[in-house]
Design a protein around this ligand. Structure first.
Ligand code: CAA
Length: 281
């Protein structure tokens, strides 16, 4: 495996491109929006420089990494000689399915199609293609250059050979693969989101303030960020969306998003990205 296409130049897409290129893969970073590509390259440059300053990498590795990334606005031509495509676009099933349909037509028959989805069924995405055995979930964590986990999700029709290839690739980029079956929220968000929701419920009930709730989880449970700060970092709209997918997928009201979370999202207070969530930035 040499050539990897990453579709979507947002936070996750640029992080994935960064890590793949740093480990010597030839990366096509694809986005229909030219300014998103420009911004992504600036972010990658900034994060590589941060790693240079911390002596994690040297200047030559930084320059080689940047040279390994090629930006493109045209999906069909960019994926034509890819060994692996990782889709990291907006978390909307219909948009992802359209992309899977499109790349299925343009990518070589042996190319593996992966999605960085945090909640959408991999089996459903696989059904949009003519190669369900070669479709898999590669769920990276934010910030991608730092977080060790890649949650690997096997669709119902996924092949063991595809899983093995992706597990080996994950090791080759210095990350740890954890393989799970396709189910709502997989494992990461099935466990994380109810904790975040419970913290929001406690805040809503006035049991304590945001800072104290976060301090309890940081100091008492050794979490690097408290649940409310983490929710702001992930995006409150993203948390709300994943909780709704869990509620629908399991048909269980225990996952119903807390009213306070729904109110914040309705008010456009989505966390770090909008300047306010449970905290102000
Ligand atoms: N690129 C490269 N390096 C980065 C970076 C980036 N984007 N962001 C941070 N770093 C590096 C820093 O340079 C620093 O390096 P050293 O340890 O060598 O000094 C290190 O990471 C820690 O960063 P900071 O000192 O700036 O800040 P911090 O100690 O507060 O850590 C954090 C920041 C890594 C984000 C930490 O708070 C953390 O781990 N938070 C939890 C993150 C988490 O849970 N992510 C998963 C979210 S869920 C998800 O992504 C999936 C989903 O489906 C919702």
């Amino acid at each position: 495996m040499r050539s990897i296409s990453v579709i979507g130049a947002g936070t996750m897409g640029n992080g994935i491109a960064h890590v793949m290129a740093l480990h010597g893969y030839d990366v096509n970073l694809i986005d229909k929006n030219e300014s998103a590509l420009k911004k992504a390259m600036q972010t990658i440059e900034k994060n590589l420089e941060r790693q240079v300053q911390k002596n994690v990498i040297n200047n030559i590795q930084k320059e080689t990494t940047l040279a390994n990334i090629h930006c493109s606005q045209d999906i069909s031509s960019a994926v034509a000689s890819s060994d692996l495509i990782i889709e990291a676009v907006t978390e909307v099933a219909s948009v992802k399915k359209e992309i899977f349909k499109l790349v299925d037509q343009s990518a070589p028959p042996n190319c593996i199609l992966a999605s960085n989805t945090s909640s959408i069924s991999i089996s459903e995405l696989a059904n949009a293609t003519t190669r369900p055995g070669k479709v898999i979930g590669m769920h990276f964590m934010n910030p991608v250059p730092v977080m060790k986990l890649v949650e690997i999700i096997e669709g119902h029709a996924g092949s063991k050979e595809t899983t093995q290839t992706i597990v080996e690739l994950t090791h080759s980029i210095g990350k740890i693969p954890c393989v799970v079956k396709d189910a709502p929220g997989f494992i990461s968000n099935r466990v994380l989101m109810p904790m975040i929701n419970e913290a929001v419920l406690a805040l809503q009930e006035g049991i304590s303030d945001a800072k104290t709730i976060d301090e309890i989880m940081k100091l008492g449970m050794a979490h690097p960020m408290g649940p409310l700060q983490l929710a702001d970092y992930i995006g409150l709209d993203v948390c709300h969306n994943i909780l709704s997918i869990l509620e629908d997928g399991f048909d269980n009201a225990k996952y119903h998003p807390a009213d306070l979370l729904t109110e914040k999202v309705a008010a456009g207070k989505l966390g770090v990205k909008t300047g306010e969530g449970f905290y102000k930035y």
